[in-house]
Design a protein around this ligand. Structure first.
Ligand code: PLP
Length: 493
């Protein structure tokens, strides 16, 4: 019988029955073991140890492995349990993890999150998370100044970019409607429309549907050969949408797009929005890290004219998922959207105060996102993030040169960020066959565990897609990836 089991037995026989899980000494012991285990793991993952980046498992088998009746049970030590979690997880910190836009979180943010998880201050209102709200305030100020907003700006944290985009898109609809759409609902003949790029993240279109205004309210704008929104078509597309009875209220720009990392032309979009009094929203979930980079901040020229901007800290700002900031050029606008009458939470005199975040987003209780974002800014917010962004974007350029130097490989588009698409494409094969080959290359690579990469479909072609997000991924790792892609490709062709 292990310690925990003995303790449970003793405790359940005494009057402190339900408090036994809270023993501070157990917490201390398990906590020390946990930190030891995690630092060993970190060491192995960061040193590029031979390990499957994704230990591939059939989903049903893995569910069975973790069933309550199989291995482990109540008697398993916490340390053994943690090790089983680690062993079966995808290893984001490994230098061969170059897949989706999920970052290896800075260890200091993980430590602070360990603390905020125990404190569990639910940041919906000031009283339930005072430190969070104070820190959140300062992060918002920092980003207001990075963006170049004047003093009227404000912001709000959400769990993730999808919720962040929805928060901003609801604000756009509330502000650009001459009746109270929040209170009255959408009027029968009113069809508010959002102009979005064909390459916008799927959360944008989905959010329109969540708002209940349907598919026609998504006004798609084609992209150019670099997968940027065709701003030369904005006038024409708006007029065509209006002829169909759609009241265009907003343009949503991508900074950058998910599939190819392309930055839309914010200046041109801002001009168009100003001319027609439209709400300009920028989905900067992935690419807003360039605000820290002298070299790359030109990618978001014009950002200070956006009415709202979404920034994911859990992508290029090295913070554990999920952690998103929505910035508003005019902070007052963010209060109009969710005008709420919860008297048990908000006193009348507290209307529109910055420190009650629940009145400005779709969520009520939130974890202490502000504290974690603040931690990253406090310790790494200046020169480190600049170096990190520059090195990841530079490495993407190096990778594109490696791809172009091999005639069997093809690049989808010159990279503007750290996201890249390429494919194995020797001469003499149809696109249909190349699609099969490239899908198979990815399947084999992730199942053998040598790398984690993803795939994207662009203009009916399948591409292998990388996000060079991990701070330890090097040029040699990328050379090894290309070598493996070529080996498998040649075997299949
Ligand atoms: C451009 C963009 N916007 C929004 C999202 C959605 O963000 P989240 O996964 O945090 O909800 C993503 C996710 O990859 C993205 O790339």
């Amino acid at each position: 019988m292990n310690d925990l089991k003995i303790k449970k037995l003793i405790m359940t026989k005494t009057k402190s029955k339900i408090s036994y899980p809270f023993d501070p000494e157990d917490f201390r012991k398990e906590g020390h073991l946990l930190v030891d285990t995690l630092s060993e793991y970190l060491n192995e993952a960061l040193s590029g140890k031979e390990m499957p980046v994704l230990p591939w498992n059939d989903p049903d088998r893995l569910a069975e492995y973790f069933s309550f009746d199989s291995a482990g049970g109540e008697e398993e030590s916490i340390d053994a349990f943690i090790k089983r979690i680690i062993d079966n997880s995808i290893h984001i910190h490994h230098s061969h993890y170059i897949g989706h836009q999920v970052t290896s979180p800075l260890p200091v943010t993980v430590l602070v999150q360990f603390c905020t998880t125990l404190l569990n201050n639910g940041a919906a209102i000031y009283e339930m998370g005072p430190v969070n709200m104070a820190m959140e305030r300062n992060v918002i100020k920092k980003f207001g100044s990075l963006i170049g907003y004047n003093t009227a700006f404000d912001g709000i944290f959400t769990h993730g970019g999808t919720a962040g985009n929805l928060t901003a898109m609801l604000a756009a609809r509330q502000v650009k409607t001459d009746y109270n759409i929040w209170e009255d609902g959408v009027r029968e003949l009113d069809r508010p429309g959002y102009m979005i790029s064909e390459q916008a993240h799927y959360s944008i279109g989905r959010n329109v549907k969540i708002m209940g205004i349907g598919d026609e309210s998504i006004v798609k704008v084609p992209v150019d050969r670099n997968f940027r929104m065709r701003t030369d078509l904005l006038e024409e597309i708006k007029t065509a949408a209006e002829k169909k009875g759609i009241r265009v209220i907003s343009v949503v720009a991508s900074s950058c797009s998910t599939a190819t990392g392309s930055y839309d032309d914010l200046k041109a979009i801002a001009d168009f929005c100003e001319k027609h009094d439209l709400w300009m929203h920028v989905d900067g979930a992935h690419g807003m890290g360039v605000l820290f980079s002298e070299k790359y901040k030109g990618c978001v020229k014009g950002i200070e004219r956006a009415d709202s901007v979404v920034i994911d800290f859990h992508k290029m700002l090295l913070v554990p998922a999920l952690n998103t900031l929505v910035m508003f050029r005019n902070g007052e606008r963010s209060f109009e959207t969710f005008a709420q009458k919860a008297s048990y939470l908000f006193q009348k005199s507290q209307k529109n105060v910055w420190y009650n975040s629940a009145i400005r987003t779709i969520e009520c209780t939130k974890s202490a996102l502000g504290i974690i974002a603040y931690t990253a800014m406090k310790y790494y917010g200046n020169s480190y993030l600049r170096q990190y962004i520059d090195s990841r974007y530079d490495l993407a350029d190096t990778f594109s040169m490696l791809v172009k130097s091999d005639r069997q490989l093809e690049l989808a588009v010159e990279p503007e960020s750290n996201i890249e698409c390429f494919r194995f494409a020797p001469e003499g094969y149809s696109d249909i066959r190349l699609n099969q080959i490239n899908s198979e290359i990815r399947n084999r690579i992730i199942k053998e565990g040598s790398f984690y990469i993803v795939q994207a479909e662009l203009s009916e072609k399948i591409w292998l897609r990388l996000t060079i997000i991990n701070p330890v991924t090097s040029e040699n790792d990328l050379k090894d990836l290309l070598k493996r892609v070529l080996e498998i490709g040649e075997e299949l062709s």
